[in-house]
Design a protein around this ligand. Sequence first.
Ligand code: NAX
Length: 335
Amino acid sequence: MASAPTTVTITGAGGQIGYALLFRIAAGDMLGTDRPVRLRLLEIPQGLRAAEGAALELQDCAFPLLHDVDITDDPLTAFQGANIALLVGARPRGPGMERADLLAANAGIFGPQGAAIGAVAADDVRVVVVGNPANTNALIAAASAAPHVPADRFSALTRLDHSRAVGQLAEAIGVGPGAIEGVAIWGNHSATQFPDVSHARVDGMPVLDALAERLGGQDAATAWLDDVFIPRVAKRGAEIIEVRGSSSVASAANAAIEHVRDEQRGTPWTSAAVLSRGEYGVPEGLVCSFPVTSDGDGYRIVEGVGLDARGRRRFEASVAELVAERDAVRALGVL
Ligand code: NAX
């Protein structure tokens, strides 16, 4: 194997998404079949046995790309030399838990993990946060890693929302998902997100025209987007829980893999929550979902994408939620 292994740290590796991620990363789905990987799995003490069990199975797969696997409950050990970190482990909302309690509990996880990344990760580290509330957890981790790691190396996952939107459009128009491009997720990874199809195309034709043709006119297409598509994408996580009896796992792991793959290997267009420097009027420093592009060296926000008045209102409502989350975390003295 020619190149040195890439160190990939996964937190919450003993959990459901962790279990769905590990084997695909080791098989080369994330970084390519030319890049060997070293996996570092971080768990809390109660999760270590599950991570150890997954490591036994990884060994039994004898993946040629998998250099070695370390398992630890110590963030400084886990992030040592990390080139890529997927922060999956988070504190779920418990019964009767207020939003401030949830933010505080997760600040207690993502603050120390961010500090450990700042202290010991590789110079080129890139971090994606999957654990919810993902955008604000990324903000906390980035602030805690400063000044050692630039804040723009941290992102949060909205790729699952993006893919959900593509899947819904493909079904409604009656094409395969590969025919659809130009979908964008704006805002927070939450029910306030704005899945935007106004620039999306299907086989080169505007999606809005394809929907109008399929559904019987522009008004029917607009009604479908407002009443069916947007709420369905925004609340898809709850639908999966209701139908499957458990939250999204394989699709979330797939989205995380595609997020890192495109960030590392390049893409003309996708959606990711990244650091705002004031683009589209989003307050500087928030981690917000935008249409992004990558030339293989991190995501950049695609600028100059037009939003109509309705779209802008939806986006602004989601940004307002991000501001409220940031302010709640500030009130806790975390930022
Ligand atoms: P699980 O509960 O199966 O696994 C979480 C794992 O994290 C557990 O093994 C737990 O021991 C571990 N953990 C908890 N605190 C930790 C810490 N401080 N350090 C290291 N490990 C820790 O949840 P799973 O289904 O895997 O979901 C993980 C997270 O992904 C949740 O926060 C979930 O809300 C979030 N999701 C995010 C999505 C997104 O698109 N951004 C979609 C899927 C998912 O809902």
